[in-house]
Design a protein around this ligand. Structure first.
Ligand SMILES: Cc1ncc(COP(=O)(O)O)c(C=O)c1O
Length: 378
């Protein structure tokens, strides 16, 4: 394959880049905490952000914490899953699998479904029949799991249905915010996400007792100044992060609309490209366009995913092979029965073929169009 003659970019096009608010607006939002001297430990801004998030996510409770990883660990702990097996997709961010380990859970790896690129409910059923006592679905890349099928499984087996909606803030399925689905969900507000508090995360749930437990667990387990109810930890969100959230939340709809325009240019420019598959969005999904994943089938495309990344890099475009590393391949997990390759053919394929193109609200549409042209002639 010849390298394209189309000129590259003079400045790097990163895979993502946060749209940060005006610094003065951030400082102004932080001012009340600054002036009061209470800059963490359940401050006023944190509580205000939680109320606003619960409102916009249309759910009873939102407990914000220091990041999405801690949100996941605390959510698992709050559901009493320590020592239990949890069904989880093998193809996901490795931090999800590590969080299960930190929470004392054993991952039961489930394969992906070929068409949706999300966890296969059939694999989840096998995991439940093999003793898994909870489902952790992951709404990957701003798409959504097969929620109705997972709800049916959770009901039939009497297990909690939890979602990792780290990629899903602002997305909706059949009109319902993604984070409001299931018994509880976690969100990540990392700087790479459409809604950011720089670092941050949340557990979102309609169940008051779960929210209460997450809040206590995130503050060392204290339920009063000198009384400890649980063996908790420090997962508190501070007031600077909460102020950031208060400034960025009103801008989320615009952020998603701008990302949607970038996705539209990619979809149009890449449609029908041999060997390149675009994600098929589930019916009823309003995506937040957190990522733009494509699949590269080497034989039909003429080069493999790694070679395409190198071509893009040659044009100063930085794509990412999310998620190249499967938890099921790593030393701490690979001896589990569910980690064996014969159970995970679609996950292995996804790890080999998936490429995430640059996606952020400020990516100029002409740049997105130029990236599609580079890919087409690669
Ligand atoms: C699917 C998924 N879950 C959880 C996390 C952890 O979130 P955080 O980086 O806020 O700890 C991430 C991070 O990107 C993720 O991709």
């Amino acid at each position: 394959m010849e390298e394209t003659k189309s000129p590259g970019f003079s400045e790097p096009i990163w895979v993502t880049r946060p749209r940060l608010p005006d610094l003065a607006a951030f400082a102004e939002a932080l001012r009340p905490a600054w002036e009061s001297g209470q800059v963490t430990n359940g401050g006023r801004l944190k509580r205000e952000l939680e109320a606003k998030l619960a409102g916009c996510l249309e759910v009873g409770h939102c407990e914000v914490v220091a990041n999405g990883t801690l949100a996941l660990i605390l959510m698992l702990e709050a559901f009493g899953l320590r020592g239990r097996k949890v069904a989880v997709p093998a193809f996901t961010f490795i931090g999800v699998i590590h969080a299960l380990r930190w929470a004392g859970c054993e991952p039961v790896f489930c394969d992906l479904e070929a068409g949706t690129w999300q966890v296969d409910p059939k694999g989840v059923e096998v995991a439940l029949e093999g003793g898994a006592e909870a489902i952790l679905g992951v709404h990957l890349f701003g798409m959504s799991c097969r929620v109705a099928a997972l709800e049916g499984l959770a009901r039939r087996h009497g297990v909690p249905l939890l979602f990792d909606a780290a990629h899903g803030m602002g997305g909706r399925l059949n009109g319902v915010p993604l984070a409001a689905l299931g018994d509880a969900s976690l969100l990540s507000f990392h700087a790479t996400k459409p809604f950011t508090t720089l670092e941050g995360g949340a557990v979102v749930t309609g169940r008051q007792e779960i929210a209460e437990r997450v809040r206590l667990l995130s503050d060392f387990g204290f339920d009063s100044e000198d009384h400890v109810l649980f063996p908790g930890m420090n997962a508190k969100m501070n007031e600077a992060e909460a102020a950031m959230g208060l400034v960025t939340l009103p801008r989320l709809a615009e952020e998603i609309a701008d990302r949607g325009r970038v996705a539209g240019v990619y979809r149009e420019g890449l449609a029908g490209c041999p060997g390149l598959t675009l994600a098929s969005l589930p019916e009823g999904l309003e995506s937040n366009h957190a990522y733009f994943p494509i699949r590269i089938e080497a034989g039909a495309f003429g080069m493999d995913r790694g070679q395409l990344m190198a071509v893009l890099r040659g044009h100063n475009v930085f794509s990412r092979a999310y998620f190249e590393t499967l938890g099921s391949d790593l030393p701490w997990y690979r001896d589990l029965a569910s980690a064996q390759a014969e159970h995970l053919p679609e996950s292995i394929r996804a790890a080999r073929e998936t490429l995430c193109l640059p996606m952020f609200a400020d990516l100029p549409l002409e740049a997105a169009a130029k990236i599609t042209a580079i890919i087409r002639v690669a």
